[in-house]
Design a protein around this ligand. Structure first.
Ligand code: GLV
Ligand code: MN
Ligand code: MN
Length: 421
């Protein structure tokens, strides 16, 4: 098993240069990026990265939902239809509206660096090695998150995905056509032999522990819901408090309840109201309508389901006490996912073999890997995030940690793909 002891030499400077170049597209001027899914900025990022894939001589395929898979042939490839299933890596290049430059892009660009390193070393793998980026991982423009990988893995019919309406009113299929990224490869896509994704941790655990590599054990369950509260618009000066039907007030109480719910349930439970819209949103008008989102997550499915039940029950009581109507819309619901024990072991032992400190941890963020886990043995490699900050322009990972994660990824992919001696 020690055949490839550090045999794939990655060059961190090339990776850093690629991260820098991609970050120039949708640059928000504060160190961060805005490449919301299927915007012109997303298209710009796609063109740049696919250009690099073609420069590397990879076989680039775009599927019907705009996922891109670039494949380096393996020795066992025998031609159309007969190829061994690839070992796949990848992630996403879309960002939230106030994103950093590492979330997602690291996994894709590190995959390309692994390909370059394999080429440099003249290594032929038995299985092909594929580097993918999936459409709309973030889900902040078009919910749910991990949409492209969900469709790839057969978890949502293509037609349903193409009909999704964005927070700005755009329709997904129309936007995909508009930016020119509707491909002809079929979805669901072919199951890889295995999938391993490198990603920044986006939380504080590795940094606090002083550990370089995370061997990710799985991803917590995710529940996204949108709540629309309807009351009665009225004059802020003349309407007595007892006669108000104020959805803004119910929204505020809901925000307080979400915080208490998470702390009361304890453990891994988290809860967030990330969006709040008031209508008509004017200083002297009691609001007619409040729309907010609730993001609940837990590693334990039963507790997550309990959190959802309590939330709905409590909000129903709050709304009725204020004479408001509440309507829920589900935006995303994914159960917790456990990664493949053999892949977790391989990530851990590879990090140790390369001399990096390593620990096991679950992921707090959603990832394309959790969708691929439905169709093949899957795992992830995490590297630390400074101060645990992510979905923020200040997102940062030390270059030496980016390099360490890419090294581990290179060895793990090579081991899984097998080397022709
Ligand atoms: C998406 O990546 C999320 O975790 O919100
Ligand atoms: Mn991500
Ligand atoms: Mn993200």
């Amino acid at each position: 098993l020690n055949r490839h002891h550090g045999g794939v030499k990655i060059q961190p400077d090339r990776l850093l240069a690629d991260i820098e170049a991609l970050a120039a597209i949708g640059d928000t001027g504060d160190g961060g990026n805005c490449r919301l899914a299927l915007t012109d900025e997303d298209a710009g990022g796609r063109e740049l990265v696919v250009g690099w894939m073609r420069d590397l001589g990879l076989d680039v395929r775009v599927d019907r939902i705009g996922n891109v898979v670039a494949t380096r042939a393996g020795a066992e490839s025998t031609g159309a239809g007969n190829d061994a299933a690839p070992v796949m890596t990848g992630s996403h290049i879309d960002t939230v509206g106030t994103g950093g430059r590492y979330d997602g892009t690291l996994g894709v660009l590190a995959g390309l660096e692994v390909v370059r390193a394999l080429d440099d070393a003249g290594i032929r793998t038995r299985r092909p090695v594929a580097v993918a980026f999936f459409t709309d991982e973030e889900g902040s423009r078009f919910a749910p998150d991990m949409l492209g990988s969900l469709v790839y893995a057969g978890g949502m019919p293509l037609e349903d995905a193409l009909d999704i309406v964005a927070i700005d009113g755009a329709v997904l299929g129309t936007e995909l056509e508009r930016i020119g990224w509707t491909g002809d490869a079929a979805v669901p896509g072919p199951a890889p032999h295995a999938y391993v994704e490198l990603h920044i941790e986006q939380g504080p655990v590795l940094e606090e522990a002083g550990v370089t590599i995370g061997a990710v054990t799985g991803v917590q369950g995710i529940s996204w819901q949108e709540l629309t509260l309807t009351g009665q618009a009225n004059h802020a000066g003349t309407t007595p408090m007892r006669l108000r039907r104020d959805p803004a007030y119910v929204a505020a109480q809901t925000i307080g309840f979400v915080r208490r719910l998470a702390t009361d349930l304890g453990g891994h439970q988290v809860g967030t109201v990330g969006r709040l819209d008031l209508h008509p949103d004017l200083v002297n008008v009691v609001a007619a309508r409040a729309t907010l989102t609730v993001d609940l997550r837990n590693t334990d499915e039963a507790v997550l389901a309990e959190a959802e039940r309590r939330l709905r029950g409590h909000v129903a009581a709050l709304a009725s006490a204020e004479g408001c109507e509440g309507a829920w819309r589900r935006l995303a619901r994914f159960q917790p996912v456990a990664f493949d024990p053999a892949v977790i072991d391989l990530v851990e032992s590879t990090a140790e073999r390369l001399g990096h400190s390593v620990m096991r941890l679950p992921s707090g963020a959603g990832h394309d890997a959790q969708m691929l886990a439905r169709v093949c043995p899957t795992g992830m490699v995490f590297v630390p995030s400074r101060a645990g900050v992510s979905h923020n322009p200040a997102e940062f990972t030390e270059p030496e940690h980016l390099a360490a994660g890419t090294e581990v990824l290179a060895e793990v992919l090579t081991e899984l793909a097998g080397v022709v001696e």
